[in-house]
Ligand binder design. Structure first.
Ligand SMILES: [Zn+2]
Length: 123
C-alpha cells in the first residue's frame, strides 16, 4: 500500500491509511479477535469454525454450537419433508411427491402475491 510507506506526511495520510485498513478489513471479512482461551489476539474471519492461531481452540464456540443445532434442525426437517424424493420410492410415489411440491409452490406463490397485493394497496 502506497500510503503505508509514507506515514510521516501527517495526520491526513495516517487517517486515510487507517480508513483503508478498516475498509479492506470489512471487505475481506477478516478481523482480529482476542481468544477467550489463551488471551492472545488472532485473526478471525467471522466464521464459527475459526480457530485460535495460538492454542487452536474455537474462537466462537457458542456460535459454532448454534450452527450445529441449526444444521441438525435443517437435517431433520429435510428428512421429514414429504416432498423429498426417497431412494426407495416407486414411480407413482415420486409423481405424487413432485405434484405435491408443484401445488405447494403454486400455493406459496399465490399467498405471496396476495400478501404483496394487500400490503401494497391497503395503505
Ligand atoms: Zn487461543
Amino acid at each position: 500500500m502506497v500510503v503505508a510507506d509514507k506515514p510521516k506526511k501527517g495526520n491526513i495520510v495516517r487517517q486515510s491509511y487507517v480508513w483503508a485498513l478498516l475498509l479492506t478489513n470489512s471487505f475481506s471479512m477478516k478481523s482480529e479477535k482476542k481468544c477467550s482461551h489463551c488471551g492472545e489476539w488472532t485473526t478471525w474471519e467471522k466464521q464459527p469454525t475459526d480457530r485460535c492461531g495460538h492454542c487452536n481452540e474455537y474462537l466462537d464456540p457458542r456460535s459454532l454450537q448454534e450452527k450445529e443445532v441449526r444444521e441438525e434442525k435443517e437435517r431433520v426437517f429435510r428428512e421429514n419433508d414429504f416432498f423429498r424424493v426417497r431412494e426407495n420410492d416407486s414411480f407413482l410415489m415420486i409423481m405424487v411427491r413432485k405434484t405435491g411440491w408443484a401445488l405447494h409452490a403454486i400455493f406459496a406463490a399465490i399467498a405471496w402475491a396476495f400478501l404483496w397485493f394487500v400490503t401494497t394497496f391497503s395503505g
